[in-house]
Design a protein around this ligand. Structure first.
Ligand SMILES: Cc1ncc(C[n+]2csc(CCOP(=O)(O)OP(=O)(O)O)c2C)c(N)n1
Length: 319
């Protein structure tokens, strides 16, 4: 990957981190309502993954979606405005944290029901198969989602119909307060694909370049060989499941251990040690992000609330 593209990935990862740190503060001030699930610690997964897609490849994910939205090119201002429920938000203030979407960027959301978007991803790919194009649908979900029916139904049909779906499991070790060891019959999620005869692999989800390479390889296989593929990215969330999680299910030492493996820190070290760039250039990116986040908050806070008269708009699609 060229230097400029690598610096762009660094920028995206830092932007996601700082937007979410800011969102946590705004939540505590009561300016963000509903649930807020932070992606902090997992930035390398969506950043590496989305960098490997073509613009015509679809992306769909669960409720931990702010980072994915940024990686898909949704503007930081509009992501922040959506978090605050404002009319200028990516979903016009109607979706909030869990329902960001922008079809023009091929980002199909943001879904709150665990696993429910997996059959939707299979449906997208079936539609693309009918249309005869070579779009790949990238479907992201947590390891908790792989213990429920939607996952198995969707993977089975995807393999039967040879649908072009890249299934990406972000194994961050916990589904709310339940550890993967307590809930999954097999230790590695990728093993579940074996039951459907589906090619699969596992990657270090804390290393953005490793994710990027694994994703390029998997997307190429899906597109050219016309079959689904399951990629498991091993990662960790540093914050609670959502805001207000007392986190009684894990020890602070465990979080600390993973923080030593911070995805932004790892990438920073790589960029400097391989002489791709200097510490100074990376500091400049960080300073730029600070300004972008401040501008996003300003934009969101000064934006209007959705109009009451618009309440019933955009509920049904017009035929
Ligand atoms: C069908 C359904 N069951 C339960 C819930 C409540 N719930 C919300 S998140 C979650 C955990 C899911 O964990 P995982 O899929 O690993 O994703 P992560 O939160 O780790 O990103 C649960 C059980 C839900 N939203 N939908």
């Amino acid at each position: 990957m060229k230097k400029e593209a690598q610096l762009d990935l660094y920028h995206q990862m830092v932007l996601i981190r700082r937007i979410e740190e800011q969102a946590a503060e705004l939540y505590q001030q009561g300016k963000i309502g509903g649930f807020l699930h932070l992606y902090i610690g997992q930035e390398a997964v969506s950043t590496g993954l989305i960098a490997a897609r073509q613009p015509h490849d679809r992306v769909i994910t669960a409720y931990r979606d702010h980072g994915v939205a940024i990686n898909c090119g949704l503007p930081a201002n509009e992501v922040m405005a959506e978090l605050l429920g404002k009319a200028t938000g990516v979903s016009k203030g109607r979706g909030g944290s869990m329902h960001m979407a922008d079809a023009s960027k091929n980002f199909w959301g943001g879904h709150a029901i665990v696993g429910a978007h997996l059959p939707i991803a299979a449906g997208f790919a079936l539609g693309d198969q009918y249309a005869g194009n070579d779009n790949v649908t990238i479907c992201m979900f947590g390891e908790g989602a792989t213990n429920i029916g939607f996952f198995h139904e969707a993977l089975n049909l995807a393999q039967v119909w040879k649908l072009k779906v890249l299934w990406v499991c972000e194994n961050n070790k916990y589904g709310m307060g339940t550890s993967v060891e307590r809930a999954s019959a097999v230790p590695e999620i990728r093993q579940k694909a074996e039951g459907y005869g589906m090619p699969n692999s596992r990657v270090d989800g804390m290393d953005v370049m490793k994710v990027y390479e694994a994703a390029c390889d998997a997307i190429e296989k899906v597109r050219t060989e016309s079959h689904p593929y399951l990629l498991e990215a091993v990662t960790y969330r540093y914050r609670g499941h959502s805001m207000g999680d007392p986190e009684r299910y894990r020890k602070p030492e465990e979080i600390k251990q993973w923080q030593e493996n911070d995805p932004i820190g790892i990438f920073r070290k790589q960029l400097v040690s391989k002489k791709t760039t200097s510490e100074k250039a990376l500091d400049e990116i960080e300073a730029r992000v600070t300004q972008e986040v401040a501008a996003a908050v300003e934009f969101a806070e000064s934006s209007p609330e959705p109009e009451l008269d618009d309440l019933f708009k955009n509920i049904y699609a017009e035929s």
